[in-house]
Design a protein around this ligand. Structure first.
Ligand code: SAM
Length: 323
């Protein structure tokens, strides 16, 4: 049986260089407090393994999503939170599926999308969707407050709050479901992997902050440049995840942004694994739904981590949106 050891780990978390289905199949049922997922959007983006991997036929893409979503629901604790970042034209389908799995809808958070353009007979797309569902009543909901916005030139408040300024909580404004300060890090200098669309750690950071407490477990199946892992580490949460293409960029990111954090095996993660072992290696077992999905694409690769299950099976129409 193929085993996967962590590609990078700290005292709080570990990331594996393999298909997320391998990690999901290795995790205990109801062991994770929050899942944050920023999957490939299926718009032909090249994450370093070819753009065709991100251009499936629409039905195959959804079937693949439903596979990992089902696995994520299985590993979530009762009351755990599930966040999925996507384009609205896919997010509504994923939301529908989540509801069919008896997940509770909490919010559709709109994050402003900059630098796009209208195509065809459509409106100008100006937001990404961040779905927020819970497995039953939320186990944790911490209030997150943002500083009262001020003008960067004169330092005065930007709004007058209808004359009720003095009634505002001095700790700041309640976080709303519209986030206008989260545009992606576009400049190469600020990104761990400039060719993927890395999120500002603030995005997973807020989700982790309001849905978990210190010491809880956060899972990100699509690690990318490691924004979720950095945010979880900073917030003193345990974290675990996968990245199919290259995890050295996540290690680089930690060395650059968190140089005081040592590389070590996180003991607490042992409790998450179905088959715990000293190296924290994964010994994946096929999940039912993953297995069904993998026979549709590439059975050998889907379970051994040597390739992506996101394979082009039929022709596909790219969706409107950017990565
Ligand atoms: C949109 S990026 C995630 C970016 C990440 N949220 C960040 O802020 O850095 C999606 C990532 O998922 C990875 N990926 C695609 N299919 C995967 C799979 N089956 N298992 C694990 N990772 C996968 C891609 O290589 C890509 O890096």
């Amino acid at each position: 049986m193929v085993e996967f050891q962590p590609a990078f780990s700290t005292g709080l978390g570990a990331v594996y260089n393999t298909d997320c289905l391998n990690l999901l199949a290795s995790l205990r049922t109801e062991s994770i407090d929050t899942v944050f997922a920023d999957p490939p959007f299926n718009i032909g983006k090249d994450y370093g393994n070819g753009s065709d991997k991100d251009l499936l036929h629409h039905d195959d893409y959804l079937e693949w999503c439903f596979g990992w979503i089902d696995d994520c629901i299985r590993v979530l604790k009762p009351g755990g939170a599930f966040f999925i970042y996507h384009l609205p034209q896919q997010a509504f389908r994923l939301a529908n599926f989540l509801e069919s799995r008896e997940m509770y809808f909490r919010h559709w958070i709109a994050l402003s999308m900059k630098g796009t353009f209208p195509r065809g007979r459509k409106l100008y797309p100006a937001h990404y969707a961040l779905l927020y569902f819970t497995k039953g009543e939320p186990a944790t909901f911490n209030r997150v407050r943002l500083p009262i916005p001020t003008c960067r030139h004169c330092g005065k408040d930007i709004k007058d709050y209808g004359g009720h300024r003095k009634c505002l909580n001095p700790l700041g404004l309640n976080l709303t479901d519209f986030w206008d300060d989260t545009s992606p890090a576009r400049h190469r200098k600020f990104k761990a992997r400039w060719h993927i669309n890395e999120l500002k750690p603030m995005i997973p950071g807020r989700c982790i902050e309001f849905s978990t407490n210190e010491g809880d477990f956060v899972l990100d199946p699509f690690g990318g440049g490691g924004s979720t892992f950095e945010a979880a580490q900073n917030l003193n949460r345990h974290w675990v995840g996968t990245e199919l293409v290259d995890c050295s960029l996540i290690r680089d990111r930690f060395h650059r942004n968190l140089p005081h954090v040592r590389e070590e095996l996180p003991e607490a993660l042992r409790g998450l694994l179905i088959n715990p072992n000293p190296n924290l290696s994964l010994q994946p077992r096929p999940c039912l739904r993953s297995l069904k999905k993998s026979t549709m694409t590439e059975p050998k690769h889907a379970l051994n981590g040597s390739g992506s299950p996101l394979l082009l099976t039929r022709s596909s129409q790219p969706l409107q949106g950017s990565r």
